[in-house]
Ligand binder design. Sequence first.
Ligand SMILES: *Cc1c(COP(=O)(O)O)cnc(C)c1O
Length: 476
Amino acid sequence: MKLLFERSISGRGQEILPACDVKEYVPADRYLRKADLRLPEISEVDLSRHYTELMKQVHGVNDGPYPLGSCTMKYNPKVDEDAAALPGFTGLHPLVREEDAQGSLEVMYRAKELLCELTGMDDMTLQPAAGAHGEYTGLLLIRKYHKERNDLKRKNIIVPDSAHGTNPASATMAGFNVINVKSNDEGGIDLDELRKAVNDETAGLMLTNPNTLGIFDKNILEVTRIIHEAGGLCYYDGANLNAIVGRIKPGDMGFDCIHLNLHKTFATPHGGGGPGSGPVGCKDFLKGYLPGPVVVKDGNTFGFIRPEKSMGQVRSFFGNFLVVVKALTYILTLGAEGLKEASSNAVLNANYMMHRLKDYYDMASGDICMHEFVMDLSRMKAETGVSAMDIAKASLDRGIHPPTMYFPLIVHEALMVEPTETESRETLDMMCEIFIDLAKKAKEDPAYLNGAPYTKPIGRPDEVTAARNPVLKYSF
Ligand SMILES: *Cc1c(COP(=O)(O)O)cnc(C)c1O
């Protein structure tokens, strides 16, 4: 497909700006560009066709199911988009006086209040722009806590081997050493290994529960107790909250701070690099360190404060505010009952698929899962030569987005399936039929699967080169 620059034809450009009706201000010469900006010149109809063509080349939730494990790619109700599109929200300047932004401040306050209630936290910052950014912020909270107590030898963050890659990365960026702890046979954290790993250098633990195998760690209270007894704090990676929202709270599991992925659990579409939001909640004793500004309520007025010992600001202004509007709309439209029903159905749907597929694929652990499950294709690969990658690529030809591949790292040929609560029984059955059919095909015609996909504009790109040498701008 041609790029916009390649479609450009000199003179096709359109001047559609209205005539300037204020006095022109010309910045100092040193701020002016020396050569004209090279913008593509294209007519409106060709531009429209260009983006429509682009749109047709991707797969989104509005095209079909998207069982991408650990990502919660569910259908997001359009009413949430409508709320976020209200001109009172979109037209608000971030530097407007607090008195003139009371409605938006109230949105932030109520969202924070409800998210704290759902997670068992006491306060929250809405600043971080994504989950990983939230992890980093939460770890700085932990670092600040130990520093304020002059407990400077606490340099280690314990991370289970099933963790999402962002966990060790964030811990390292926040200046900690990462200590890996093995999982036990049930897929939870190994308590003996954990006891061996903690000492007076333990700053804290990072954990997601249910974990990346889709297993709820039934020893969770013991896990957080071991960390607390060693003097560390417990950080909850809230990416998997969709499995438990409205039912149990990370705060009750013994966690001191958490991040949420509003763009997974709370109604913001993601996957294309669009704006996310990773609020960080904490217990009372940490709230003085939160990044400022934090929204507070005084009588009937809302305003911002900077917590006394704030770590500083982690993002410009107030984070991705419109994502917070969607989250609040989502929570209020579902209500307590609806949220509970959503998480229950997310778990039910995953178990339904897991049980329909278990005669065709080996499951990585157990007989029961939370909102997602991991298939282990090691045996299929050894017996037929068909890998997790092959099945994933072939599922593209059948109109569904592939599951997450090769994650968690502790399962070698992993395919991680998260159907989400918004898919119907019929769609779950359709997905199961596709996976069952592909498992049969692996035995009958492995070469066919090795070559998939056959219907897509790109088949198997060189992902290493794409990551190492990305071409991010057009070279004229
Ligand atoms: C998605 C995810 C993250 C990171 O969140 P981003 O918003 O993508 O930065 C962290 N942990 C887990 C378990 C995740 O699934």
